[in-house]
Design a protein around this ligand. Structure first.
Ligand code: KIV
Length: 268
């Protein structure tokens, strides 16, 4: 945190230097953002996982810039101290560097994000460099890249053989050299994730990448026990909100059907 109590990219670097863990979650709306601020979370990612957990798509591919702008604005309205990072969705930074810069700029200027995240390692490094030079802080993302699902056909763990580990290390270093302020490691085997973390000055934030990363991120629906069709192995539920919500819906339905709600105390 800086002197105003706000988390910045410098806060995250300091946490790494001091060996303090960085605590990160996704959010997609105003209400959740307010609670994450209250809970003292460091970084809120408005992830394109939005597509699956909020919009009901099968994967992140259909998520648009308009979706990201809309949800980032809501998160920003609920935020006062966390670092808010918005995802650059599928194809938003592949058509040209010019378009990528414009899209990153929109997430910052129009929606109020403090930084953007984009998927890709060495192949994304020159674009990251241009964004950073333009004043846009970038969170890198390597390992499993959900936006590659159509190309890859499956979500697979990375870093399980030497060639893959070497590639990941090169990706991570390229992003660091390009000026990324941190890098997400998604579904990287725990030992190589630790090696990457040790070899970088910038922090790593792991998801499904073991305990040796500098920080952790979870999709908030997984943490709250709100599952759709997929329940990833790495996701630990800290609550069973699905059960709590179903009980609430059931109680409401029963009381309305039985004429018990609204009672006199809820009537004018
Ligand atoms: O979209 C997202 O939520 C993400 C996290 C899983 C890192 O990219």
């Amino acid at each position: 945190m800086n002197e105003t109590g706000k988390v910045t990219t410098a806060t995250l670097r300091k946490k790494k230097r001091e060996g303090k863990k960085i605590v990160t979650l996704t959010a997609y709306d105003y209400f959740t953002s307010r609670l994450l601020n209250q809970a003292g979370i460091d970084l809120i990612l408005v992830g394109d996982s939005l597509g699956m957990v909020v919009l009901g798509y099968e994967n992140t591919i259909p998520v648009t810039m308009d979706d990201m702008l809309h949800h980032t604005r809501a998160v920003v309205r609920g935020n006062s101290r966390c670092l808010v990072v918005a995802d650059l969705p599928f194809l938003s930074c592949h058509i040209s560097d010019e378009e990528a810069l414009r899209n990153a700029g929109r997430l910052i200027q129009e929606a109020g994000a403090h930084a953007v995240k984009l998927e890709g390692g060495r192949e994304a490094a020159s674009l990251v460099k241009k964004m950073v030079r333009a004043g846009v802080p970038v969170l890198g993302h390597i390992g499993l890249l959900p936006q590659d699902i159509l190309k890859e056909g499956a979500y697979l763990v990375r870093g399980k053989n030497e060639e893959s580990v070497i590639g990941l290390l090169e990706d991570a270093r390229a992003l660091e050299e390009a000026g990324a302020f941190a890098v997400v490691l998604e579904c990287v085997a725990a030992r190589p994730a630790g090696e990457i973390t040790k070899s970088l000055k910038i922090p790593t934030i792991g998801i499904g990448s073991g305990p040796l990363c500098d920080g952790q991120i979870l999709v908030i629906h997984d943490l709250l026990g709100l599952y759709g069709s997929v329940r990833p192995k790495f996701a630990k539920p800290y609550a069973d909100l699905q059960k709590v919500m179903l009980e609430a819906f059931d109680g409401y339905k029963r009381e309305v059907e039985e004429g018990k709600f609204p009672g006199p105390e809820h009537s004018f």
